[in-house]
Design a protein around this ligand. Structure first.
Ligand code: NAP
Ligand code: F7E
Length: 349
């Protein structure tokens, strides 16, 4: 029997790599969309990738295609080529602070890009009669200043160009679901992290600094607001929720969260505590990282996902911090060894 085909937009990111692993393990043929870049941008996928000459095109495996959410005709051609059963739209300029500096670009990729994809799926479904189920990566940032805990019933109050663009994408998805009978599920995911998290998000910035400080490669860590509270889970757990949303009997919107919030300061205490250090000896304040409008507290209520999808997080906050610090201790040890052997530093962004 031919395998199920999944198309992942944003496969080179943190979530894309975990989702690709998850789907490959279940026998999917995974098609990933990557952006053309002047250097390789597939580091998170290298362990999964095999040269396409060695692949059977009708069997499970990973196949990569060039594409971009700003290029609607390319997306249409991809749908016609891949004929996906499931589509995961994870593509985004996903950094909240950066979205204040690149607001139009963020809107083009996140809001307009989702609209381009929905239009392509609508036409594909109408032309072929085949349904491609779509997962849309929404964010707890859409709740912004709304009081915690936030659930599917909480009204959005976005506080950044990124969050506003995600709200637009969310409502485009709802509108296309209601107008054209598309199967579109909106995941409203709270922060999820891992050793593969981008290095400029606060958790990874901290775990990376712990590793480099222990190995003498860094002596200061510059941060801004330590009182912000986030509901941090493990990305590996969260990609399973995406998949479950597309297997559910009805397209719907789901909050995915652990239910408990922690401050950046608490993350620092645990991360530095794991290596017997006090974060106060290393952390300094840099106002450049402040956002023009901050989101103070995000803490999700994921009871709908637990009841309808049977989804629950497995990795605790303390386990997540330990996993990230341990991984970055190894990475820093390798960086030190490369440096001592005359190689350039490992690039960490
Ligand atoms: P990420 O690591 O920043 O990955 C984003 C992905 O989108 C990368 O593969 C990136 O490609 C790709 N991308 C960027 N611009 C694109 C464009 N114009 N066209 C096509 N692809 C593009 O983000 P993540 O943490 O994996 O998050 C996945 C999705 O969930 C994002 O939509 C994010 O906004 C959303 N989200 C994340 C969290 C979280 O806590 N991680 C929570 C809620 C929602 P390059 O590698 O080439 O840059
Ligand atoms: O910031 C504070 C910062 O950039 C968390 C994205 O995946 O999750 C992510 O967005 C908090 C904020 O994540 C620094 O002010 C302090 O209050 O790690 P972050 P985020 O903004 O929550 C959501 C759910 C998404 O959807 C996004 O795509 O930490 N903070 N000092 C700092 N943050 C950063 N980045 N750097 C600092 O130095």
């Amino acid at each position: 029997m031919a395998p199920s085909r999944a198309l992942i937009i944003g496969i080179t990111g943190q979530d894309g790599s975990y989702l690709a692993e998850f789907l490959l393990a279940r026998g999917y043929q995974v098609h990933g969309v990557i952006r053309r870049a002047s250097s390789f941008n597939t580091a998170r996928l290298d362990h999964l990738y095999r040269d396409h000459h060695d692949l059977d095109p009708t069997a499970p495996g990973l196949i990569l295609h060039h594409g971009d959410l700003t290029d609607g005709s390319g997306l249409r051609r991809l749908l016609n080529t891949v004929k996906p059963h499931e589509i995961y739209n994870l593509g985004a300029q996903s950094h909240v602070r950066v979205s204040f500096d690149q607001a139009e670009y963020t809107a083009d990729v996140v809001a307009q890009g989702t609209l381009r994809l929905l239009e392509a799926v609508r036409d594909y479904q109408q032309a072929t009669g085949d349904q491609a189920r779509l997962y849309q990566a929404g964010s707890s940032e859409m709740f912004g200043a709304a009081p915690a805990p936030q659930s599917e019933a909480t009204a959005f109050y976005p506080r950044s160009p990124y969050a506003v663009a995600k709200v637009a994408a969310h409502w485009y998805a709802v509108n296309y679901r209601e107008s054209y009978d598309l199967f579109v599920a909106n995941g409203i995911l709270f922060n999820h992290e891992s050793p593969r998290r981008g290095e400029t998000f606060v958790t990874r910035k901290i775990s990376r600094a712990v590793g480099r400080i222990v190995h003498g490669l860094q002596d200061k860590l510059y941060l801004c607001n330590l009182e912000a509270v986030r509901d941090w889970g493990f990305a590996g757990d969260y990609v399973e929720a995406m998949w479950r949303m597309l297997r559910h009997g009805r397209a719907d919107d789901f909050v995915i969260a652990t239910g408990s919030g922690h401050s950046v300061r608490q993350f620092l205490e645990l991360a530095f505590g794991r290596v017997g250090r006090d974060y106060r000896d290393f952390v300094a304040f840099d106002p450049r990282f402040l956002r023009p409008a901050e989101v103070n507290r995000l803490e999700g209520d994921a009871r709908r996902a637990a009841d309808a999808l049977g989804w629950r997080p497995k990795v605790s906050f303390a386990e997540l911090v330990a996993m990230m610090v341990d991984s970055d201790l190894d990475l820093a040890a390798r960086e030190l060894s490369l440096r001592d052997n005359g190689h350039a530093a490992v690039h960490v962004g």
